[in-house]
Design a binder for this molecule. Sequence first.
Ligand SMILES: [Zn+2]
Ligand SMILES: [Zn+2]
Length: 128
Amino acid sequence: MRCPKCPGVLETHTYGRKITVHRCDHCHGLFCKPDVLLEMKREWMSEIVLDSGDAKIGRQYNELDNISCPDCAVPMDKVFDKHQTHIWYESCAQCEGMFFDAGEFSDLKYDTLMDRVRDFVKGRRPDT
Ligand SMILES: [Zn+2]
Ligand SMILES: [Zn+2]
């Protein structure tokens, strides 16, 4: 598959038994399906291994929109994460594929962990 954002090629990477993503060999953007994204959020260290791109470069590619799905060639929608509205990614209405620029998945996962920690701390604090 060709990268939708740059002249690079999307290469297949696997992590554990359930995770298969496609990562661009040039801009290091990640293309995956929602069920895989859930597994990636669950899997310890997956962001280090899979989201190995430079977030600075990822931010430059984040400016690019109006891209087409690398899988089905239909225009992708620009959507933001419900919980972390600063994270924008592209989503395909046809195959539900998602494209994250380098660093965006780490951002998504890190914030998810931090939210969990905050919830935990809040839950443990005694009422006064
Ligand atoms: Zn690329
Ligand atoms: Zn698609």
